[in-house]
Structure formats: structure tokens, C-alpha cells
Design a protein around this ligand. Structure first.
Ligand code: SF4
Length: 616
């Protein structure tokens, strides 16, 4: 039987449970099992930062093996930013260690009376006092725990931002993070600072010979893949050049333009020039983490481990109109120490810069900071203020949706989010399938849930004209279901989805070889379960009152023409057409509620009792 660990932080009770066979086969694993448990155990109306919310952290069915890029860990919870179900993935080694500990999923409930951490070793579980690490940065916390438990230990933890209830704090393992949606905030709301696992490598595979054969096939596929070498050598900073400025989708000055004078200072080649080392997650030859040390200028000597990645570069340049590469490295380092999601942090600061330009914020509101485009210094000061919830940082720590509600004066026009999640570094008007995915996605503006590579040249299932205003709904669904299927095994979306280095067929074969579970041996089955999980997540949100009214983007996307770049003058002209196409492809009604027939087709009949009343 597959095992989960239930940890009640309120009363200290810890117990192992078998994952029932029906759930294990019907939901496969990873995001699938996590979403199923959250749906069943966290009812509508639950406060994301209250004791009743639960924090689920799971590993993948192939984690800890040599299978490439399949050892990530997933967090599933109700988001304090969006109020929706979210899943967020973290890398590093922790997924492998969790697997070797014999636990597939940890469910944290309640709230500890004082700051605590969980220690796991040899089938023993202890909740320990975290007084020595509470208040410490991510790096200080991990150094302390590594020294205490030695080289065989791996851990996840939160930083000071989570402790201060910044709504977009992440959970960290090394310098990798499950960043989006406030996973770390939920963890800290339970007074849980860290989880430490001491474990030895174990690998019991049903058919080792077959698994080795499949692994060879996977590695061969990686080496033959067109994107493999550039991605390994340069990593995600390549996104600045392509698609960023090449197709005009790099958002500048709070999603107003694609014009950033001197943007070439942020070209991936300049990050490559200061790369110190390449590092990756457990069993991943792509090693997309690049450590950078700034060579010159005011931030000379600053190092950011495993970053900045593309999104972070964008968040601390495009948002504030800065082209200082050193400042992006510095900002990444600061967010890593404070434990912040870089996308939401940078987006929130870009929002503040625009409010300052418009006169809605003045130096009276910013503790004297002059938020001037092109100047990175106030940006760096605001990162610290957000992480510590000081001054304006206390308001921005709420996320742009809530911050706009507090600031008023029309500031909601400048809050760039979908369902409360800050938009990432892709301009919706320049890539409309990706843009409308932000609107439609269950967890708001998260590109990883359904990256539209068809707008950048991928022919599967078909190429899309990025500027077209219709004919995209079915492809948005395709991308979301594909990612959901891959995430049943916690597959990393970079190689699997974006670079197409391996697919569901290989995963299905590996699952059979590893587990001997023949039901998982078909890509069609994984695809079906992926779609089912996506619908289950939708139903979670519907129970809380989400519907078509929430599937939207900031008004700017529909009314203000994009300025500059290849997509100069674009707006999203027909959002309702794309939404209707999408609902039809999904088998949802006009209000975005799955029909009874759709639930039946997906084996989710029992959810009808929860959502029928919301149908039109
Ligand atoms: S591609 Fe990068 S994020 Fe994905 S598993 Fe490999 S090293 Fe980790």
C-alpha cells in the first residue's frame, strides 16, 4: 500500500495511513492525489490562513529513481492570495528524500501552539521546537538544520516573509521553491517552520531491467532534443531574448508596453557571462539552475544561487523599467533569503511604481522612497519592506488585488492579476492563448499550468497565431490537461511540456516498470485522469462561489493597446468568444460549471451534489 502521513499540529498526533487503493488508482499520484484529498477534507468557506485549511506536500511515484526530471515535490492547499485550490512545485532533492522515507504525501492539519518543525527518520516522526530557527532567513534556517542533522538530511522551510504572513511567501528546498500562491504563508500559519528528513536511498522497482531500458531511452531522447543543449547551457534566462523581446511578450512598466530601452543588457548571454556553476534537481541532467555573481557596478560581488530564472529577471526589470542586471541578481538573492515568490513580489512593486507615477502614491506613503522607473534602489528597499511587512511593504504584502482595495483611488485599474494571483512575465495581449489561460486557469495567472507553446512554434496539437482573437479555447484546455496529466507524477514542465523531451507514453511505461501497476500503462489513461483532476479543482473553486465572473483579466488587457514591440497596438478583442470556445471544449455550461454529463464522463459523478446549484 502507498502511505501518507497525517500530522495534526494542534494536538501533536502523527499517524501513518494507507492511501486507499481506489484513490491511488483513480488519481494516480502527485497533484492528482493531493487535489482529491484537499477536495474531500477542506470544505467550502475555509479560511486559507485558518486552522481548518490543510497543507499537503507530496512526492512523485518515480521520485528518487534515476528517471530524469521526475523528482519534484508538490504542495496543494487553498491559497491565501486567490481563495482557490492551488498546486505549487518545488525542486532540489527533497522529493527524492520524501520518497525514500516511505511517505508519498504529508497532510498538515491544525496549528502548533508554538513555532515547530517536523523531523523524520527511520519511520519515526517528531514535532520539535523551532525557537532556534524562527525568524531566521531561508539560508540561515537550512544551514542550522544541515549542521544539526548532517549530510544525509534534506529539508524544506519557510523564511521571515511567511512568518509575517506575506500572502505570497513560498516553501524552499535549497534555493528551489514551491513559490506561487502563498504555500509558505499557509505553512507558517500553522507555526510550521521546516520539515527535515534523514533517509537512505532505496529503490525497489517491479521490473528493474525494463526500467533501465526506458531510462536509457529517456536520456537518448534528451540528448537528441533540439532544445536540450541550449537549455542546459543557458537555462531560462534565454526567455528574455526569446520569446521576450523577439515576439514582444516581455511586459514592461506594469504591463503597458514591450519597450525597454537597453533591454539587451539583460540578454541571456550577459547572464551566461557571469554564471559560476550549473545545478539541477535530483536526477535531472538539464541542470537549469545557474548561479550568478555580479561582476561590476553597485552590486558587484553579489551572488544568487540557482538564479535568477527568467521570471525573476522579468519581475525585477520589466516591472520597474530597470535594465540593471546586477539588481536582478540582488533582488533574487533577497527574495530567496526572505522566502518570497519573486513573480508576485516584482509584480507588486511594478504596481506601486505605476501608482507613484499616477500620483496615487506619494513619498508620504512610501517612507520617502521615490519610485522612479529605471531606478532599482527603491525596488530593493521595497523587497525588504514587503518581506518584513514594514510601511508600504505591509500593504503590498497583501498582493496587488487586496492592496488596491486598501489604497483605493482607482488603483484597482493598475493591479495586474487574475483571480488575485499576480501575473507572470508574459504579456497577455501578445500571446492571447496564454493570456486567456491566465484568466481561465483554476489558480489564476500561473503560466506553468498551461504554457501555450503553440504560439511560439510548437505544432502539437496545432500551431496558433499568437495575435488571433479566436480559435484558441480547445488548445487552452489541451495545455491545461496535458500539464495536469504530467503532474500526476510530478514531472517537471520544462523538459516535458516546454521542450517536449519526453511525454506521457514514456511516463506510462516507466510507471508500469517501477510499480507493476498496469492500469497506469497508457498515456490515454493519464490524460483522462489529468482532465479529471482539472475538473475536480474547478469544482473545489465552484463550491466557494467561483464562476465565469472570475475568469477574467485586468481591464487594461481589453481596452489599452500594447505599446511597442512586435505586437504593438494589440488588445484582447474577444475574450468572451475564447471563454465560450473553452467552456464548450471542456463540457461546461455558460457559467463555467461542468455539466452533469461531463462529471459522469470523468468519473466525478459524486461532485454533482456540490455544484449542481451553480449551473445556469
Ligand atoms: S529542468 Fe530544471 S527545474 Fe526541471 S527538474 Fe531539471 S533542474 Fe529541476
Amino acid at each position: 500500500m502507498r502511505k501518507l502521513l497525517r500530522v495534526n499540529l494542534s494536538n501533536g498526533a502523527i499517524k501513518g495511513e494507507d492511501i486507499p487503493q481506489k484513490i491511488a488508482t483513480d488519481y494516480v499520484g502527485g497533484r492528482g492525489i493531493g487535489s482529491k484529498y484537499l477536495y474531500d477534507e477542506v470544505p467550502a468557506g475555509t479560511d486559507p490562513l485558518g486552522k481548518q485549511n490543510k497543507l499537503l506536500i507530496g512526492t512523485g511515484l518515480l521520485a528518487g529513481t534515476s528517471a530524469q526530471s521526475l523528482s519534484k515535490w508538490v504542495v496543494v492547499t487553498k491559497s491565501p492570495l486567490t481563495g482557490t485550490i492551488i498546486r505549487s512545485y518545488g525542486g532540489g532533492d527533497f522529493g527524492a528524500w520524501l520518497k525514500w522515507s516511505g511517505i508519498e504525501l504529508m497532510i498538515f492539519e491544525g496549528k502548533a501552539a508554538k513555532p515547530s518543525y517536523l523531523h523524520i527518520k527511520d519511520g519515526k516522526y517528531e514535532i520539535l521546537d523551532a525557537k532556534d530557527i524562527w525568524g531566521k532567513t531561508v539560508n540561515q534556517t537550512q544551514e542550522y538544520l544541515s549542521k544539526k542533522y548532517g549530510a544525509k538530511a534534506r529539508m524544506i522551510c519557510v523564511g521571515p516573509a511567511a512568518e509575517k504572513m506575506v500572502r505570497y511567501a513560498g516553501i524552499f528546498s535549497g534555493w528551489r521553491t514551491a513559490a506561487r500562491g502563498g504555500t509558505g504563508t499557509v505553512m507558517a500559519s500553522k507555526n510550521l517552520k521546516a520539515v527535515v528528513i534523514e533517509a537512505d536511498r532505496t529503490n525497489e522497482l517491479a521490473n528493474q531491467a525494463k526500467f533501465s531500458e526506458l531510462l536509457k531511452e529517456q536520456v537518448k531522447g534528451y540528448k537528441a532534443g533540439m532544445g536540450f543543449e541550449p537549455f542546459r547551457d543557458y537555462g531560462t534566462p534565454m526567455g528574455v531574448d526569446f520569446p521576450g523581446f523577439a515576439i514582444g511578450c516581455f511586459p514592461v512598466r506594469n504591463f503597458r508596453s514591450n519597450d525597454l530601452e537597453g533591454w539587451d543588457k539583460l540578454s541571456f548571454m550577459n547572464y551566461a557571462a557571469i554564471t559560476q556553476k550549473h545545478s539541477g534537481c535530483y536526477a535531472c541532467m538539464l541542470k537549469c539552475g545557474k548561479s550568478h555573481t555580479v561582476a561590476e557596478g553597485p552590486y558587484a560581488g553579489v551572488t544568487s544561487e540557482e538564479g535568477p530564472h527568467y521570471e525573476t529577471i522579468w519581475a525585477f526589470s520589466g516591472s520597474t523599467g530597470c535594465t540593471d542586471l546586477g539588481a536582478t541578481v540582488m533582488a533574487d538573492r533577497m527574495c530567496g533569503e526572505l522566502g518570497l515568490d519573486t513573480i508576485s513580489t516584482g509584480n507588486s512593486i511594478g504596481f506601486a511604481y505605476e501608482l507613484f507615477e499616477k500620483g496615487i502614491l506619494t513619498t508620504k506613503n512610501t517612507d520617502g522612497l521615490v519610485l522612479k522607473y529605471g531606478d532599482p534602489e527603491p525596488m530593493l528597499k521595497l523587497i525588504e519592506k514587503i518581506g518584513r511587512r514594514e510601511g508600504l511593504g505591509d500593504i503590498l504584502a497583501e498582493g496587488v488585488k487586496r492592496a488596491a482595495e486598501r489604497i483605493g483611488k482607482g488603483s484597482e485599474e493598475y493591479a495586474m492579476h487574475a483571480k488575485g494571483l499576480e501575473m507572470p512575465g508574459y504579456e497577455p495581449r501578445a500571446m492571447k492563448a496564454l493570456g486567456m489561460h491566465f484568466a481561465l486557469n483554476n489558480a489564476g495567472a500561473n503560466h506553468c499550468y498551461g504554457y501555450a507553446s503553440q504560439e511560439m512554434g510548437s505544432p502539437t496539437p496545432r500551431l496558433l497565431d499568437a495575435a488571433a482573437d479566436e480559435g484558441k479555447g480547445d488548445v487552452i484546455k489541451y495545455n491545461q490537461d496535458h500539464v495536469a496529466a504530467l503532474e500526476l507524477v510530478n514531472a517537471c514542465v520544462f523538459p516535458a511540456n516546454n521542450l517536449e523531451l519526453f511525454g506521457l507514453e514514456l511516463i506510462a511505461d516507466m510507471l508500469v516498470a517501477a510499480l507493476g501497476e498496469t492500469k497506469f500503462g497508457s498515456a490515454d489513461y493519464l490524460w483522462h485522469v489529468g482532465e479529471k483532476v482539472y475538473n475536480l479543482e474547478r469544482c473545489f473553486n465552484i463550491r466557494d462561489g467561483f464562476s465565469r465572473k472570475d475568469d477574467t483579466l485586468p481591464r487594461r488587457m481589453y481596452t489599452e493597446p500594447l505599446q511597442g514591440g512586435l505586437r504593438d497596438g494589440e488588445v484582447i478583442r474577444k475574450p468572451d468568444v475564447i471563454i465560450d470556445e473553452y467552456y464548450e471544449a471542456r463540457g461546461w455550461d455558460k457559467n463555467g460549471i461542468p455539466t452533469e454529463a461531463t462529471l459522469k464522463r470523468l468519473g466525478l459523478n459524486e461532485l454533482d451534489r456540490d455544484i449542481a446549484k451553480f449551473r445556469r
